[in-house]
Design a protein around this ligand. Sequence first.
Ligand code: ATP
Ligand code: MG
Length: 577
Amino acid sequence: MAATGDPWRALARLIAGERRRYVLLALVLTIGAALPLAGPLLVRSVVDRASGGGASTRDIVIPALAYLGLAVGSQFVAVFVAWLATISAWNTANRLRLLLAGHVLDLDLEFHRTHSPGELIQRVDGDITSVSDFLGRVVTKVASAAVLVSGMFVVLVAIDWRIGACFFIYVVVAGRLSLRTRNDAVDQSVDQMSAYARLFGGIEERLTAGEDLRSNRAGPHVMWRFIEDSAAVLAASESAERAFVRFWARVQSAITIGLGLALIGSAWLLDTGAVTVGTTLLLVQYALLLRKPLEDIVDNFNIIQKATGAMVRVDELLSIRPAVADSGTTSPPPGALSIDCSDLGFHYGDGEPILAGINLSIGAGRSVGLIGRTGGGKSTFTRVVLRLVDVTEGQLLLGGVPIGEIPLSELRRRVAMIPQEVHILAASVRDNVTLFDPAISDERVRVALRSAGLDALAEGDLDALLGADEVSLSAGEEQLLSFARIWLRDPDLIVLDEATARVDPGTEERLEKAVSQLIRGRTSILVAHRLSTLSAVDEILVIDGGRVVEHGDRSTLEGDGASEFRRLLELALEVDA
Ligand code: ATP
Ligand code: MG
């Protein structure tokens, strides 16, 4: 998961897309930063005129009014700059957030298995918020400081080139010394943010698995992990803080030394008669003017650190490519899809083969009950058929077309999965069935619910909230609801991974009925843990140890005394008895 070089590239591309707003921002920002430079110039002219004698009241009042106007004007410009900078930053950050969220959603199962939701939330939300703070608050301050320093240089050179030269040397030396400590601190910040992501990810995972962990008395282990993660956060935060304090000390020293130099230098220049009283006042005022922007940068330095760390991680995330490539262009014929495997094999990563030497054909429109011991590779086989993972050996054809050559959008449209664990969204019944597609009529939603055997919901209020306290569903009913979703999508191939949780006999009967409705006219693979749910299927496929043990007509196998299916059926009868 190597970063691709410049972590700011993605951000730069987004900013380039909003060029106009940023150009306007740069313009007002330059004006806003240059305005304070004029104040000391006015003071200088007043003082010099007054000390030279012969200045009328008018000569003093007019520059004084101008000074006042300047001060008020600068405040207005400063507010406008802050407003424009915040809007631009939010816009850019939101687009980055969108880009990242879309990218994460496109990544495959394997990625999501190894990255907890908590970690991803921290990345998509927390990291981007840091970037937004950086753009809105820090970038404008750094740019203002740059404009101020350059403007000062120009004014000073115009007054006396030697003063300008000294100022230049001072800025270069002080800048270099401060920047050196800055880079060091950025590295520390990256470590600190990853430590936080690990801590939050861990907490999220443990909260989700709370019931399992408690019932298995894994509490002490979980507490230890928490303590370890927290200790890592503490250590990383300490180093980051230390680096920050070093940086702060250097910048403060630079400011103080600068002010000292300006005082001593101007006193000396005044003594030798090289400059006027007005100019010495200007020099001291400029030295004081430098203080504020530099302190601002230091105060917001942790934002720079966080944002740089965040962009490194954003870039890392964006450079992860989905393992399943979407390069296909061939569409299988319309209607139910046949499945053909030749010498199909699969292994996760560099691991042992999970599936090997699978040769089989499932005709279009046939329904197959997939059974076998736990860990035998049933779910893995369905993942290959759904192309959640790519086959690593041999070939898999859907409707006669190699699965890799079918465009992913078409594949996802025509092949549907009913997972073991159905997620009910905190939304209305209608939205849970249509998955927020407003084009689907209420009539169709009711038909789908009825076909899934959820008559009560079909007759009821489609606006009732699910998941919340209004209507709550049992595990079996949740599966039925996912049938209704599939019913509306009308796919050509269905994979159903049966819920392992036991459902009550009444619900089981409803499930069976709904399944037999759903598989009509489509190819279907039903991964079954209860053999009783297989009464409606045409064929039986037994997979064990990653190989096909048996594949044939259900009725034939049922009648064959030597078949594995028959043996399993008898076993199930014995258990039930
Ligand atoms: P069950 O009946 O319990 O659902 P299954 O037949 O569906 O079992 P699979 O989930 O396909 O079995 O698992 C087959 C083997 O693959 C198991 O040994 C499992 O540990 C391994 N396995 C599953 N998923 C992964 C993964 N993402 N990475 C590595 N190994 C995996
Ligand atoms: Mg499984």
